[in-house]
Design a protein around this ligand. Structure first.
Ligand code: BGC
Length: 403
């Protein structure tokens, strides 16, 4: 199957200056941001129903009356014991607070699918092959540098043909398992994928769901991560039938139940849809059945902005978790808002798990060095582009060197 058919690479280019991803949006209006309602605080501190009222001494006789002899026996005689009791009480309070913190932290870590596992580094990535290829020394060095870090493995129907997906995915999962590592997959083959953009393609509805079934079958019950259909929801309003699209994402998500995959739907990024709208769309696509959502995929918004955005989306959803793509956000987004093979980008923070209430990990979801499409001098979407790899590495080095 030809990759990125002419429809996406030719004149039918929807990502013109009206495209949402070109537009550098201002901060969201306050109205768009849901009001913060701290859910846990009151519950964490209030006593449970039926627990003794504050100040009631356990074991006090009914009515609270304490015989005079006992009162006298309990009355501290000197100032020093009072001070000691106060210090002891403070210590107990501090200990309780510390224990609560430990419990909360370990609960977060427990649910985080990135815990306890290194991320899988695919020995057969485009970058790994380019590192052994025929480029200049500089190009091979840049490729080797990128190939050494874990990046997501994109499953497209062009590369992983229907009928072969189960075996291909099972093979990768087995490799990862043997390495004691966690593989991250991106499933990218939805009907009318990219809605006329550079990555146009995808499978008809029924074939698509069969293909997703194959992928789920290949994953089995071993631990893995799936980022489901980048852009599909945030872009939906620009596609012919947004509701059908959302329903299809929901059906695809359901195919992963019973597998060992932690699934993240795509949640756009901080300069695209307002958090409340994104949350609504994620909810309609069934995010409650997923681990959460991914932000910044193939984009370059700053990590702090993405974390703040993810927190707002998560809050609107009642606590969904997130991952952030940091593959090329080291220099932040370009001033003109360009998203497609934008010049001046830099590799971002290396992938790793976080111990955070919302963000499970920062990842390199879009493999750095792979083109976004035939824009800004790049080759077709997904193709290795040595010049871009060199630039991303050089800019990251420059930033790290402080120049
Ligand atoms: C392309 C895919 C590619 C992915 C990662 C997308 O834009 O359409 O073919 O696998 O980027 O580079």
């Amino acid at each position: 199957m030809p990759k990125d058919p002419a429809r996406g690479d030719g004149p039918v280019v929807r990502h013109d200056r009206d495209d949402a991803r070109y537009v550098r949006r201002g901060p969201e209006s306050p109205a768009a941001t849901p009001t913060a309602t701290p859910v846990d605080e009151p519950r964490a501190t209030a006593g449970t129903a039926g627990s003794p009222a504050v100040g009631t001494a356990a074991g006090a006789p009914p009515g609270g009356a304490v015989p005079a002899a006992k009162r006298a026996a309990r009355r501290p005689g000197r100032a020093v014991p009072i001070a000691l009791i106060a210090v002891a009480a403070l210590l107990l309070l501090a200990l309780a607070a510390f224990a609560t913190t430990l419990i909360v932290v370990s609960q977060q870590a427990e649910g985080n699918p990135f815990r306890d596992r290194a991320l899988f580094v695919d020995p057969d990535s485009n970058a790994a092959r380019a590192a052994e290829g025929s480029g200049s020394d500089e190009q091979r060095e840049a490729a080797a540098r990128i190939a050494a870090s874990p990046t997501a493995i994109w499953l497209t129907p062009e590369r992983v043909l229907p009928g072969t997906a189960s075996a291909t995915v099972a093979d990768t999962v087995a490799q990862a398992e043997a390495a004691g590592a966690l593989p991250v997959f991106v499933v990218y083959g939805i009907t009318d994928r990219d809605c006329g953009g550079f990555s146009s393609g995808g499978l008809p509805r029924d074939e698509y769901l069969d293909w997703v079934d194959e992928i789920a079958d290949g994953l089995g019950d071993r631990r893995s991560i799936v980022v489901l259909e980048p852009d599909s929801l945030a872009l939906a309003s620009e596609c012919p039938d947004p509701d059908a699209r959302t329903a299809l994402v929901r059906s695809a998500l359901a195919r992963f139940s019973g597998t060992g995959a932690a699934v993240y739907l795509d949640g756009g990024h901080s300069a695209w849809l307002p958090a409340a709208a994104m949350a609504e769309s994620l909810r309609a696509a069934g995010v409650d059945e997923a681990r959460g959502f991914a932000t910044n995929v193939s984009n370059a918004q700053a990590t702090d902005d993405e974390a703040a955005y993810a927190a707002r989306v998560s809050e609107a959803l009642g606590g969904a978790h997130a991952i952030i793509d940091t593959s090329r956000n080291g220099a932040g987004p370009p001033a003109d808002g360009e998203w497609c093979n934008a010049p001046g980008l830099a590799l971002g923070e290396e992938p790793h798990a976080l111990d955070d209430r919302v963000v499970d990990a920062v990842l390199w979801v879009k493999p750095p060095g792979e083109s976004d499409g035939t824009c800004n001098g790049g080759p077709p979407a997904g193709t290795w582009w040595p010049e871009q790899a060199v630039e991303l590495v050089a800019n990251a080095d420059r930033l790290a060197g402080g120049s």
